[in-house]
Design a protein around this ligand. Structure first.
Ligand code: AMP
Ligand code: FE
Ligand code: FE
Ligand code: ZN
Length: 283
């Protein structure tokens, strides 16, 4: 594989700030050999990303970051190379996106009681079909001059303890793994050791996900704590899981830079061998 492999990026189909075309251009500028487009709960960016990579030699791996709920915790699961037309995937992601929309509307209604912010302001920060999230509310707050940037919004008004937070519908991690595997895809737990304040999933639960077909753990991610990474490496060994690394690039929406963390070519080879739902695009 010529060039680094980055398996976690977002476009404006969800909460990245660049269109899929711009994301591919950025991947080329960074000298990546392979990039996965993994928008939240949506595959809508795949075809544009493929088209943008045409003739460039870049490998584009179609993927998604599936939202799941484990008790009070939101657990993100990367999914690669599944069939985007699989009935289970189509129905469940539509349900999640719809839930996200109503949840965002409800958060905005609460914020509007205290700040000059409307639902139209938030819609103006997204396009039709975008997987809506707090980042779009953050962008509206920035545009209105209420906060200076996305991060400031997340540290105050949009913080889960900020007084306006709400959850949204998502399947359990176990249902998520089963759904991805049924669609011929390869599931990897995204940033499973963030913050480290509390551990949403016991080791045994990760073992159960491994039994159901979980492929790997995203260990090298800037939000995983150092202690957490050591724990994840031990768990990977114990349950026979692969180890991945990625940037979680969001364009200008986050400081994360492409290729700041990468995945070994041998691991990508195994991932490609496991997948049966779709194929990578060789640009
Ligand atoms: P939501 O899915 O609506 O709950 O919003 C969470 C999303 O916001 C995550 O996918 C992150 O990519 C993004 N996010 C979280 N913290 C920040 C931050 N400090 N700055 C920018 N984006 C963030
Ligand atoms: Fe995000
Ligand atoms: Fe995530
Ligand atoms: Zn992400």
């Amino acid at each position: 594989m010529p060039g680094p492999i980055d398996l976690h990026t977002h476009s404006s189909v969800s909460d990245g700030t660049e269109t899929p075309t711009q994301l591919i251009e950025a991947a080329l500028e960074s000298g990546l050999g392979a990039v996965a487009i993994t928008d939240h709960d949506s595959t809508a960016g795949w075809s544009e990303a493929f088209a943008a990579a045409s003739g460039t030699g870049l490998m584009v791996i179609p993927g998604m970051e599936l939202s799941t709920n484990y008790g009070p915790a939101s657990v993100h699961m990367l999914a690669y190379l599944f069939d985007a037309l699989d009935g289970g995937i189509v129905a469940e992601t539509a349900r999640i996106r719809d839930g996200r929309m109503h949840r965002a509307e409800s958060i905005v209604a609460k914020i509007a009681e205290d700040y000059d912010l409307s639902w139209d302001d938030v819609l103006a920060e997204s396009s039709d079909g975008t997987t809506l999230g707090r980042p779009h509310i953050a962008d509206a707050l920035v545009r209105k001059g209420i906060v200076p940037n996305r991060s400031a919004a997340f540290e105050s008004i949009l913080h889960w303890r900020g007084g306006y937070y709400e959850k949204y519908y998502a399947p359990s991690p176990l249902e998520g793994v089963r759904m991805i595997v049924r669609a011929g895809g390869v599931p990897v737990l995204a940033h499973p050791a963030t913050y480290g304040k509390y551990r949403p999933m016991d080791d045994s639960v990760i073992g159960q996900l491994a039994d159901e077909g979980l492929f790997g753990l995203e260990v090298r991610h800037r939000d995983n704590t150092e202690d957490g990474k050591l724990r994840l490496l031990k768990l990977a060994k114990k349950f026979g899981l692969e180890v991945t690394g990625a940037s979680d690039y969001h364009g200008d929406g986050k400081p994360n830079r492409l290729a700041e963390n990468t995945t070994e070519p041998e691991v990508l080879e195994k991932l490609l061998a496991r997948a049966t739902g779709s194929t990578p695009y060789l640009g």
